[in-house]
Design a protein around this ligand. Sequence first.
Ligand code: FER
Length: 393
Amino acid sequence: MRMRDPLWKRKNCRRSRRLCAFALIFALLAGCGQSAPGTKDSTDQTESVQGTDGAENAGTDSTGTDGAEQVGTDSTGTDGAENAGADSAGTESEKAEAPQKEKGALNSLPSKYWLPNKNAGTVVRVDYETDAYGSTISKYAYVYLPYGYDENKQYDVLYCLHGGGGEIDAYFNTSATPAKTKILFDNMIANGDIDPIIAVSPTYYGGSGSSVDQVTEFSKKELINDLIPAVEGTYSTYAESTDPEGIKASREHRAYSGFSMGALSTWYTFVYCLDYFYYFIPISGDCWVNGTHNAVGGAIMLEKVCAESGYGEDDFFIYAVTGDQDIAYSAMQDQMKAMKTNSPSFRFVTEDNAEGNICFRVQPKARHDYFYMPLYYYNALPTLWRGGPVYDE
Ligand code: FER
């Protein structure tokens, strides 16, 4: 089994890459005796709207069908920038107005990341059938293809599940009216924060029983039997084949994430599908046991899965995140405490120790709301395949 570099090693690589970049820029500037040429990059189009704080106008809702049309159009919006940790796009006046980052806060989301980037990916629909629930039913998922998607390349893939009451279009909506998370992915890729990825927004609706049953059955059966083969058999990921062996062989190129009930699904994807996924981002939801919060029970279950899986401590990574005003906060905090006692296979990355396979980040003032997803993904995604630091260096 190929081992993932531990975080400290990736961190050192990242640091030396950055030093090289600085040295190169310095050498270029010194050599030219003037500032670097004004190369237009893909983000320049956002500079023309710097006066409009997109973060202010992004709106909040908890339904997942977020008003993408509000982005950058309403100059009288509420101060979402402060709540979401957004910062200035870079001018001196904006810097002066930018809220100070609170202790423990995630890295601020540049306000231009709320605004469409001209190098925009596309959202397509993949239809498939599943018999995970006793009879054959037709379902579909939305798939985000990065700008310049090329079927001759291979892409890491991120699965994103909505929460209870949320909808399948929560993450991306459509190419024409993109949701905020799609706009975020476009900007992160265009600015080189992450490599181009494919991302998938399915729904757990369609099964039977309680929502907890639907979520857990989705992770247990539909995900591996039907959804992954449908998506990764159509678009170019690292899966050489979409049978279980092919999906397993490409696990280091696959991440699972979700908000609220989608976070429950993320924990259960760890439980049922650790063979097929390496990275997990549970957002604002804890690992219930038998449909209810049970911190110690969840910690014991997760440890058992890990210990019995044969995977070592460098063979997975979990970025758990929520806000301190979130209804999931105390439950997640309890779970993390319980894991520190009951789950020796999990080693927490902290501000003092960059090594580990799980972190728990808490954003001050953030509530249980899709509004914060761009901020959370902005911070989480660079820590996955690139192994960026969880905390500021
Ligand atoms: C949690 C808090 C809230 C959680 C789920 C929810 C799985 C979901 C609530 C809802 O959809 O009504 O900690 O963990």
